[in-house]
Design a protein around this ligand. Structure first.
Ligand SMILES: C[S@@+](CC[C@H](N)C(=O)[O-])C[C@H]1O[C@@H](n2cnc3c(N)ncnc32)[C@H](O)[C@@H]1O
Length: 275
């Protein structure tokens, strides 16, 4: 790929999704953009680059942006955050929200929905305690394809074998050919929308619990800061934010503080694990 084309694509991707690509990742750009060029009946990446420069076709720019997203996810990814959710965060927030009986949870950058449905399975286990509560799970992703996949809740054998306890598979999924679909009951507990974390987040409303995991790693420092500050505006003081294992707020923003003794868990300051 020509250096000027690489620079043009990487600038475009940084602006549209926050993705930072260094020149040693040119191979990634090539392998992921070739199918886009083919889909648009172009001979190769040079023609794709010329078209992007000359014709600002939004559908094409979206295809390019989506093709470059990494959508790796799994049920109960890393396990610990979900144990924390079940044992600490949910009971705490239920205690502090006993009067309004409502909790909103956001799976930001939800990919194909496994994070949102893992939470739905835990909430289903806790259904007796949550009787009379309104608990909403909202999943968002920049990728229209991932949002559609999340809504459908259909997973391959490989996907349901990663992290999902067999008891949960049997309880909540129905096999259809070589795929598994999550039950309508769990699908009803979550809604999914296309949303760019770099954009205005205010229309999504306020969330008590935010999972924003394994997406900030693709951004540079200023973009991470902007996204975290945008998320902070959508949360109450005692809300909690989950980041991925390789992510932190430290050195990025002072809006969030790590929750004592709970790795990967952050709050604006009002969430305490004490008595
Ligand atoms: C590696 S997946 C993480 C999925 C899930 N959160 C997890 O931890 O398993 C990253 C997701 O971030 C999404 N993404 C990338 N840039 C985004 C942006 N600017 N706004 C919203 N979603 C974005 C991608 O489409 C992808 O589905």
């Amino acid at each position: 790929m020509r250096v000027e084309d690489f620079d043009m694509f990487s600038t475009l991707l940084k602006q549209r999704s926050g993705l930072v690509l260094t020149r040693d990742k040119a191979y990634l750009l090539e392998s992921r953009l070739m199918p886009v060029a083919r889909k648009w009946n172009m001979k190769g990446l040079e023609e794709l680059a010329i078209t992007v420069r000359t014709r600002k076709d939004e559908a094409l720019l979206r295809d390019i942006t989506e093709a470059m997203t990494t959508n790796e996810s799994s049920f109960f990814r890393d396990q610990k955050p979900f144990d924390q959710f079940r044992q600490l965060v949910l009971p705490r927030l239920m205690a502090t929200r006993a009067a309004k009986r409502s909790i909103r949870i956001w799976s930001a950058a939800c990919s194909s929905g496994q994070e949102a449905y893992s939470l739905a399975m835990i909430l289903n286990d806790e259904a007796a305690k949550l009787a009379g509560w309104r608990v909403e799970i909202v999943g968002t992703d920049i990728s229209a394809e991932m949002v559609e996949r999340s809504k459908a809740g259909v997973y391959t054998q490989f996907e349901v074998q990663r992290g999902l306890p067999i008891t949960m598979l049997v309880k909540h999924f129905k096999q259809n050919g070589d795929k598994w679909q999550i039950s309508p009951q769990l699908r009803q507990m979550a809604s999914f929308r296309e949303w760019n974390l770099l954009g205005d987040l205010s229309a999504l409303g306020q969330f008590d619990i935010v999972f924003c995991r394994n997406v900030l790693i693709y951004f540079d420092g200023p973009t991470k800061g902007k996204v975290l500050e945008g998320i902070a505006r959508q949360m109450p003081q005692d809300g909690v934010l989950y980041l991925g294992g390789a992510e932190t707020v430290l050195g990025i923003t002072d809006k969030f503080k790590p929750v004592d003794g709970q790795r990967g868990l952050y709050s604006l300051g009002g969430f305490s694990t004490g008595p």
